[in-house]
Design a protein around this ligand. Structure first.
Ligand SMILES: NC(=O)c1ccc[n+]([C@@H]2O[C@H](COP(=O)([O-])OP(=O)(O)OC[C@H]3O[C@@H](n4cnc5c(N)ncnc54)[C@H](OP(=O)(O)O)[C@@H]3O)[C@@H](O)[C@H]2O)c1
Length: 277
C-alpha cells in the first residue's frame, strides 16, 4: 500500500482525515509540530514544521497530504517550504487543500492558495487539488452568543454559501489520497445545498427553538464588530472580505463534486448545527 503522510494532523480537519484514512485501512504518518499532541491518533507521528520543513521527515512518503496552515504569517511561504521538502525527499504526489475557485477567487483569503497552487505547479510534483469550500463549522463556533442575542451578523447579503462539514472534506482527503487515479485532478468541493445568512439563521432558530434573525451590515461595520469580539484587525478584515464577496457568489458551488467523490450526500447544515448546540 502507498505510504501517505499528512500535515496538520493534530488540527481539526487533519484529525478527521487521519480517522477517515484509518477507517479505509490505511496507516498514515502524522506530520505534526508536536508529536506529543499526536499520541492519541494511533499512527506514527513525525515532527514537521512548515517554517523549517525537513525533508528527512518525508522519507519513504509516496503521497503527501498538505493541509493549509492556520498561521497567516507568510502562509504561502510555509507551504512553499513544505513543497520544497517534498521535492527533496522525492515525494510522488501532493494532495493540497486549497480554496473554492482557488485560481480565480478574489478573496484575500484565497491569495495564499493561489500562490501555493502556482508553487505546486512549478515544483513539477504531481498534485491533486482539493479546492475546499466553506466549513459549516465556521458558523457554529459561536452559536451560543447568536442564540442569546437572537442574531447572526454578517456582510453576505443574499449571497448563497455552499458549505459542508469538515468531516465531508476529510473524507475527500482520504478518498483522493488513497487512489492514484486522482493524480493531476482539481476538484471544486462544496456542500450539496447552499444557504443564505437568513437561511442559516432560520436553521439555528429551528434547532434551538429560539428566535434568531440574520442581520446584514456593511463590510467595514462587520469587520469592526468582529474586532469587537476580540479578533485581530487584519483577520477581521479578511473574514469580512470573504463574507462580502460571498454576496457575489465566491462561496457558491452547485457541482456536487464533493458528494460524488465521497459517495454520499454532504452533511446538512441542520446536522452540524445540532451537533454544536
Ligand atoms: N474552508 C474553510 O472554511 C476553512 C476554515 C478554517 C480553516 N481553513 C483552512 O483549513 C486548514 C485546516 O482547517 P482546520 O479547521 O483543521 O484548522 P486548525 O484546526 O486550526 O488546524 C490547523 C493545523 O495547521 C497546523 N500548523 C499551523 N502552523 C504550522 C506549522 N508552522 N507547521 C506545521 N503545521 C502547522 C496546526 O498545527 P498544530 O496542531 O501544531 O497547532 C494545525 O494542525 C486551516 O489551517 C486553514 O488553512 C479553511
Amino acid at each position: 500500500m502507498t505510504t501517505i503522510a499528512i500535515t496538520g494532523a493534530t488540527g481539526q480537519l487533519g484529525r478527521l482525515a487521519v480517522a477517515a484514512l484509518k477507517a479505509k485501512g490505511a496507516k498514515p504518518i502524522a506530520l505534526v509540530r508536536d508529536p506529543a499532541k499526536a499520541a492519541d491518533l494511533g499512527v506514527e507521528a513525525r515532527a514537521f514544521d512548515y517554517t523549517k520543513a525537513d525533508p528527512a521527515a518525508l522519507k519513504g512518503v509516496d503521497t503527501l497530504v498538505l493541509i493549509s496552515s492556520n498561521d497567516f504569517n507568510d502562509r504561502a511561504g510555509q507551504h512553499k517550504n513544505a513543497i520544497a521538502a517534498a521535492k527533496a525527499a522525492g515525494v510522488g504526489r501532493i494532495v493540497y487543500t486549497s480554496i473554492l475557485k482557488g485560481d480565480a477567487s478574489p478573496m484575500i483569503l484565497a491569495q495564499d492558495h493561489i500562490a501555493t497552487e502556482a508553487a505546486l505547479k512549478a515544483s513539477g510534483i504531481p498534485t491533486t487539488l482539493l479546492r475546499n469550500g466553506w466549513y459549516t463549522e465556521n458558523y457554529t463556533g459561536a452559536l451560543g452568543a447568536s442564540i442569546e442575542h437572537g442574531a447572526i451578523i454578517g456582510a453576505a447579503g443574499e449571497g448563497r454559501v455552499s458549505s459542508a462539514a469538515r468531516k465531508d472534506y476529510a473524507e475527500a482527503i482520504a478518498v483522493t489520497a488513497l487512489d492514484a487515479a486522482h493524480t493531476g485532478k482539481t476538484y471544486e468541493l462544496a456542500g450539496d445545498t447552499a444557504h443564505t445568512g437568513a437561511g442559516l439563521a432560520a436553521a439555528v432558530a429551528a434547532a434551538s427553538g429560539k428566535p434568531v434573525a440574520y442581520v446584514n451590515m456593511p463590510e467595514a461595520d462587520y469587520a469592526g464588530a468582529l474586532q469587537g469580539f476580540g479578533l485581530p484587525e487584519g483577520f477581521a478584515k479578511v473574514l469580512a472580505d470573504s463574507d462580502a464577496l460571498s454576496a457575489k457568489g465566491a462561496l457558491f458551488d452547485d457541482s456536487r463534486t464533493l458528494s460524488r467523490l465521497i459517495g454520499r450526500p454532504t452533511t446538512p447544515i441542520a446536522e452540524t448545527i445540532a451537533a454544536a448546540l
